[in-house]
Design a protein around this ligand. Sequence first.
Ligand code: 5GP
Ligand code: ZN
Length: 112
Amino acid sequence: MSADCIFCKIVDGSIPAKRIYEDDDVIAFHDINPSARVHFLIVPKLHIESLASCEAHDQALLGKMLLLAPKLAKEQGLAGFKTLINTGKDGGQLVFHIHVHVLGGGNVPLTV
Ligand code: 5GP
Ligand code: ZN
């Protein structure tokens, strides 16, 4: 938990979000400012800043997040989808708690 992190606050419930999935390690919720008809984020409960700060012991967690993408996309009615991980300020990352974007349902942008 990082005190000023908006996604940590969503994880602990102090900021509301439209959750679509939760288990011991991961939550998923709709993006507050969707860039496609369906746009949700897969987020680990553990505060990890970015893909660049992941280490070997995060391998299973990263795999879990990726494997959730097709499962949750199907539940959201998507036949296909785009996944995106912005890494670092230069990579377009705005929230420094790692997350996988999942976008689909038409008008899917190249970037978010
Ligand atoms: P990034 O640019 O860091 O990859 O993407 C951060 C994403 O988080 C953006 O798409 C933004 O709309 C979303 N976001 C930021 N704050 C909130 C929030 O409080 N709630 C939700 N649901 N999404 C948020
Ligand atoms: Zn955090």
